[in-house]
Design a binder for this molecule. Sequence first.
Ligand SMILES: [Zn+2]
Length: 410
Amino acid sequence: MRNIAIKDISIFDSALGKMVEGQSVMVTGESITKVGDSSDIDSGSEDRVIDGTGKFLIPGMIDLHVHLSFTHSLMKNFEREMLRRKDAWWAYTALKNAQEYLKYGFTTLRGCGSSKHLASLKEAFNEGMFRGPRLKLALRTIGQLGNQELYGPQEWIDVSKTQGVSGVEGVIAAVRERKSEGSDHIKTTTTGGVLHGKESDVNRTLWREDELKAMVSETERLGMYVAAHAHTDQGIREASLAGVRSIEHGTMMSEETIDEMVKRNTYLVPTQSAGTFIDRADESVKKQLPPEVIKKWKFVSSKMVESHKIAFEKGVIIGLGTDAPVAGEHCHSPLELQLMIRNVGMTPAQALQAATINAAKVMRMEEQIGNIREGYSADFSIVNKNPLEDISVLSQEDTFEKVFIKGNSA
Ligand SMILES: [Zn+2]
């Protein structure tokens, strides 16, 4: 197996939340085999040596909420686009989108709803057919029949119907179906959504308690966990009480709900870049959105910043997720890092923790990824500027000198 040594570099230790200077790292095959003071790491046996003087090594970052089969331009004409594309198009689109993230040091992506063909894309990446990030996918989400009205031509109604289920037995069957299709976790919605149908209300809760509990217990029984889209307080609290692992969006949480989340270790994935997008969107985009979507979006945008700030202050653990491509074409994840600092009140180190160790915890992968430690997968980036001094350097492609995934760099 090939050995690589990276010498005399500053490493971002995501558990400590700080940069440690004068370190060296050894990689054998796909794994990190040694990390320590440069003076403690003997050299001589490496096939390749990289001089890290004046540079920084950060763990491969993680975006916990992406929809890889979609593009931003498609969001504006969603129904029409869904009907005019053949199946394979979604998988090719996802391939292109996923590869973008590697340019900016995002080496793991958690899909929160996509075409089921992406299970094969994950395999293709794993087998090295294409260079791509590690994927963990929810594939088709589990929605409640009745959240969205079924509208449009029959073909679209048929597509929509496969997403919505009813009752405890329906929920259990849907979890098993998703598992058999290759899902790694389950994505559901416990409140209505902004880009959902006209009748989908962000204030409305969607599941009965028995349905939600059945979903969580069946999911856990099959070795997975549930990520729940939820905008408003009751739906967030019900999701936390039922035992979901992460709340996606979390637009409005009461202090009682936040306390419940802290107590139960329910994680929050804020997706601020998507939630506040309407405030940055230009008129041409707004013109293409239905009026009820604009209204719901403005509501979400006006509430989420304050809510996330309080949740963070009270100790909810936050993992980075963008909901791309809602707010732009794929891989604007570095913007989310900036919003964590500007809107949530994190330090740059805390934002970087949200994108590494915290996100790995959400995925139950904190002993494999999210830090630079012996035995971990060799997923990291060599960057030529210190992101703790200015996190916005991670928005520039030329900051990333080399991005490693499983010990391989391009
Ligand atoms: Zn989403």
